[in-house]
Design a protein around this ligand. Structure first.
Ligand SMILES: Nc1ncnc2c1ncn2[C@@H]1O[C@H](COP(=O)(O)OP(=O)(O)OP(=O)(O)O)[C@@H](O)[C@H]1O
Length: 337
């Protein structure tokens, strides 16, 4: 378990201070994939660097397992850091070393014997799907393959925690998904705790159990991913959720609709399968136009949203909306003319 208590990190001098992390308290469970999302400058990188002891908090404490990493220095810190690995946006591979030699590097530093090193490297190459590329150099690999090397290297010392710093931000969408699948697979097979930072809600949706949203150094929202999708509270969280749930151009599409009442329905879990729309049309004297529909799958279940235009008299529309509430479908009126 990772526990942060009122962690603050201040940079700069008295007159020119930046509070990069401003009073963050949170707990990350063992075996969890925990995502931290925020725009540039929100404090994500600083927070992740605090987790692996690259920065020390100005105030507050950070515990990983029962070790208070924020109080460690020197040898104690170096040892603790062997159990906290990291992968990076730009991979940080050694260009003059082959795939095999890159993965072996942390084992060499830890003083592992050659025969054990070779066995471990072979196992890791298989785990990350790089069999056949052992002797290639990083310059001969695709972006996705480079990140697979990064992941194998990060796992070499059997870490307790894997930190991912925008690990898929330099990759195309298909490769991103393949790397996210690999991280999920590793989390499930090894029970490894994964903490990732990103500015992409797609990454959070696809693999995280829980998410914390950061803005100006603070965690403004935290919870299971499905809950956050279903009812985002902070304005910034709403913007992130709409990255996934509302295709580009939705606002313009809505703006150009003449008349009627616009409603947004949110379905969670099995209700996505419920034939709500059919019964709405059957039961009420309203015309229903589908403006936009979308289903997103999270680790906690499916989340669907549907924007509808209802045309008819006010009374019928109100009764139809009341019926949706009765069915337990989250319904919000987003426009009325
Ligand atoms: N070593 C440092 N010295 C001074 N200011 C810093 C330092 N590191 C970060 N900052 C400042 O702290 C704030 C948070 O930066 P941080 O890099 O943690 O944000 P971020 O959310 O990771 O953004 P990005 O994705 O752009 O890296 C920024 O205002 C940044 O300029």
């Amino acid at each position: 378990m990772i526990q942060l208590k009122d962690v603050k990190k201040r940079f700069g001098r008295t007159n020119d201070e930046i509070l990069a992390v401003d009073g963050v308290s949170l707990t990350i469970d063992e075996g969890e994939i925990f995502g931290i999302i925020g725009y540039s400058g929100a404090g994500k990188s600083t927070l992740i660097r605090l987790l692996n002891g690259l920065e020390t908090p100005t105030t507050g404490t950070i515990k990983i397992g029962n070790r208070e990493i924020s109080a460690f220095t020197g040898k104690e810190l170096r040892e603790a850091r062997q159990k906290i690995s990291m992968i990076f946006q730009h991979f940080n591979l050694l260009w003059s070393r082959t795939v095999k030699q890159n993965i072996a590097f942390p084992l060499e530093i830890a003083g592992v014997k050659k025969a054990d090193r070779e066995r471990k490297v072979a196992e890791l190459i298989e785990l990350v799907g790089l069999s056949g590329r052992e002797d290639a150099y990083p310059s001969e690999l695709s972006g996705g393959q480079k990140q697979r090397v990064g992941i194998a290297r990060a796992l070499a010392n059997d870490p307790e925690v894997l930190l991912c710093d925008e690990a898929t931000s330099a990759l195309d969408p298909e490769t991103t998904d393949a790397i996210l699948d690999l991280l999920t697979n590793i989390n499930e097979r090894l029970g490894l705790t994964i903490v990732l930072i990103t500015h992409e809600m797609h990454v959070i949706r696809k693999i995280c159990h829980r998410v914390a949203v950061m803005e100006a150094g603070k965690v403004v929202e935290i919870g299971p991913v499905l809950d956050v999708f279903q009812s985002p509270q902070a304005p910034i969280t709403k913007r992130f959720v709409s990255q996934v749930t509302e295709p580009a151009g939705t606002d313009q599409a809505i703006a150009h609709l003449p008349g009627g009442t616009l409603i947004k329905l949110v379905f969670v879990g099995e209700k996505t399968e419920h034939p709500v729309l059919a019964s709405l049309i059957r039961k009420f004297d309203v015309d229903v136009n589908i403006v936009q529909g979308n289903i997103s799958h999270t680790k906690g279940g499916a989340y669907g949203s549907l924007i509808l235009q209802l045309l008819g008299n006010e009374n019928d529309i109100d009764t139809a909306i009341a019926y949706l509430h009765e069915l337990g479908v989250q319904t919000e009126v987003i426009g009325n003319e």
